[in-house]
Design a protein around this ligand. Structure first.
Ligand code: NAD
Length: 438
């Protein structure tokens, strides 16, 4: 279902009319493409308060060229190191650094604020660091022009390199207003070709015959992975066609089968590096009208099968050390949605699974566990949403438009990167900073 309003605002009369009426002006987002793989301009590195981070060598490798003359050209990216902000006085350094430059950031530019973990023994430091969260969320809502604003909490710049590379690139076009902790004890990062970080790795994507799953499979294959495209028997033809195109294999399997994990393990005797739990369904009804079957079918596909297959693949040792699990939550699981008590419960369950399993899976298996939480993404699932709710979903976010499957896929690829070992237990919204939820 094409976004006709978005197309209308790209025409001269459409732009004129919607501006006169004060209606939203969705910007043309700069997404990654082989022709335009990097942001259009230099990176400006700023500091608020004292910092112990060794950031310069990392920024030099992350993408946009660092602007040596600080402010010579309009920046496409601004990185503000605020890890040294310890109290309200040093917090003023955030305003002092960004106030003069915020207007000059190019459209589809990036602002990334770096923060420190909250110190439970120091309520002044915790207050000032938590203040950064409200700051980036508010700036994200006012900055416009397809620009994004995110906060990364870290202690080691090197461990955050893959995260900065993602956030400072067109790949993160629909990720804004997020707080990402890069604090897990990561092992040594294996040397990799940044252009094909998943070379030599095997990735399995559930529900990959179409929609977001198909985009994830394509993006992981672009990054070098050998991809297994899993979907139900009814989608076998589409799954096979996609697998053939990507040089991977198709696996016809209903993920709710009791032995799904064992069958995947049998299919992959050489092991698995990346497991993407993407398959999902909706069966909307208000609770008063919801039969038990609608409840249980959604909970089974979206949550119980994720728990079962994860347990089986970890227990069988199919997921190799250095492995990555990326599950799919939803903003409906964070904010709730009328008519979706079953779906909201299943997706909130994913958040609980990720937070609980992540530290243990890393300690015991060397596997990270994270989730993406998509907002309104243009797929067949959202094309079925009634018109007015669909329009609200598209427009009620800081970027005033729906996301594309590739936006979720790029976020998944960053979490799947072998260099993302310090990113664990995170739930990253891919929602253009939707007004729903926090
Ligand atoms: P979609 O309906 O277009 O695709 C879902 C795929 O999962 C289909 O190919 C389907 O055949 C497959 N599938 C369903 N049940 C399965 C089963 N039992 N076993 C194996 N495969 C199965 O959906 P989508 O919009 O691409 O959504 C993908 C994921 O993203 C889902 O988990 C969904 O809940 C989540 N999500 C989507 C949005 C959005 O706006 N589209 C928002 C939030 C979350």
């Amino acid at each position: 279902m094409p976004d006709r309003y978005l197309s209308f605002t790209r025409t001269a009369p459409g732009r004129f009319l919607t501006r006169r009426l004060g209606l939203p002006q969705p910007a043309a987002l700069h997404r990654w493409s082989p022709d335009r793989p990097a942001l259009d301009g230099p990176l400006l590195a700023l500091t608020a308060g004292p910092s112990a981070l060794d950031l310069a060598p990392v920024l030099a490798r992350t993408g946009p060229a660092v602007d040596p003359a600080a402010g010579a050209a309009r920046p496409a990216a601004v990185v503000l190191d605020a890890t040294g902000v310890r109290d309200v006085d040093t917090l003023a350094g955030v305003h002092a650094a960004l106030h003069p430059v915020v207007r000059s950031v190019v459209p589809s530019g990036r602002i990334v604020v770096l923060g420190a973990p909250l110190d439970p023994a120091d309520h002044h430091q915790s207050a000032a660091q938590q203040a950064l969260e409200g700051f980036i969320r508010s700036l994200g809502k006012e900055i416009g022009g397809g620009r994004t604003v995110n906060l990364v909490r870290l202690t080691d710049a090197g461990a955050a390199e893959s995260t900065l590379r993602f956030l400072l690139s067109p790949r993160s076009a629909y990720v804004s207003g997020q707080v990402i902790d890069v604090l897990a004890a990561a092992g040594p990062v294996p040397p990799a070709d940044p252009g094909r970080p998943l070379a030599g790795r095997t990735a399995l994507v559930t529900g990959a015959a179409r929609g977001i799953g198909a985009a994830v499979a394509e993006t992981l294959a672009r990054d070098g992975a050998r991809v297994v495209v899993l979907d139900v028997p009814q989608a076998a033809q589409d799954a096979r066609r996609l697998a053939d195109r990507l040089g991977g294999t198709a696996l016809t399997l209903d993920i709710t089968a009791a032995d799904a994990g064992e069958r995947i393990a049998a299919e992959l005797p050489g092991g698995l590096d990346v497991l993407v739990h993407n398959a999902g369904v909706t069966r909307d009804r208000r609770l008063v009208n919801m039969p038990a079957e609608r409840w249980s079918s959604v909970l089974d596909v979206n949550l119980a099968s994720v728990l079962r297959t994860t347990d089986a693949l970890l227990a069988e040792g199919t997921l190799r050390p250095g492995g990555r699990i990326v599950a799919t939550a939803s903003i409906a699981g964070l904010a709730g949605n009328a008519g979706q008590t079953n779906y909201g419960a299943s997706k909130a369950g994913i958040v609980g699974l990720v937070r609980s399993l992540a530290p243990r899976a890393l300690a015991e298996h060397g596997v990270t566990v994270n989730a993406v939480a998509p907002g309104f993404i243009e797929t067949r699932m959202t094309a079925a949403v009634p018109l007015f709710i669909r329009e609200a979903g598209r427009r009620m976010n800081s970027l005033a438009q729906g996301g594309l499957p590739v936006d979720v896929a790029e976020t998944t690829a960053w979490l799947a990167d072998p260099a993302s070992g310090a990113v664990n237990g995170q739930v990253v919204r891919v929602c253009g900073q939707s007004l729903l939820g926090a």
